[in-house]
Design a protein around this ligand. Structure first.
Ligand SMILES: C[S@@+](CC[C@H](N)C(=O)[O-])C[C@H]1O[C@@H](n2cnc3c(N)ncnc32)[C@H](O)[C@@H]1O
Length: 150
């Protein structure tokens, strides 16, 4: 297996679930299960799925400091990874937690926190989870500063 994933890189062509094309063309977003798909700017779930599958191993920890509707955390638990999400808006976090918890199939941990990722004490959050580090950070920051528009 790979050093950073559970893929046998000598046999990479046999993994039909791992996209090896340089361009990812996604016909249809995965709207299954806990994915609401309605939050503005939410990830197409296949993106965190591909990244987590390539760059983490089962049991690893992933951090998403712009968690939004929790797409990364849902995908993480689907592939047996633990995850931490941080999101500025409390109502968004509360809504996401309900959906994330509705499908924890493989006994992973997915913890969501309200906070400003620019200033939150990430080390303290990691410590609450018994961690000093995570294996992967996935960032999907906002596209613009809303206050400048409205
Ligand atoms: C592009 S969305 C991420 C969507 C997410 N990947 C999903 O699938 O739902 C960016 C998110 O970052 C949040 N956000 C913006 N500034 C933030 C900050 N300083 N700290 C934490 N979250 C922030 C926004 O509220 C928004 O939910």
């Amino acid at each position: 297996m790979g050093r950073y994933n559970d893929i046998n890189t000598n046999d990479w062509q046999s993994y039909s679930n791992i996209w090896t094309d340089s361009l990812w063309l996604i016909d249809r977003r995965d709207n299954s299960g806990a994915h609401g798909g309605v939050y503005h700017g939410n990830f197409v779930p296949q993106i965190p799925y591909q990244l987590l599958s390539r760059y983490t191993r089962k049991g690893d920890w992933a951090l998403d400091p712009f968690m939004g509707s929790g797409t990364t955390l849902i995908e993480a638990q689907r592939v047996g990874r633990n995850s931490i999400g941080i999101e500025l808006q409390k109502s968004v976090v509360n809504e996401a937690i309900g959906r994330i918890c509705s499908e924890n199939r493989v006994g992973t941990i997915a913890n969501a926190y309200v906070g400003d990722s620019c200033s939150v004490n990430v080390a303290a959050i990691l410590e609450q989870n018994g961690l000093q580090q995570v294996q992967f950070v996935i960032l999907h920051p906002p596209y613009l500063e809303y206050y400048k528009v409205f």
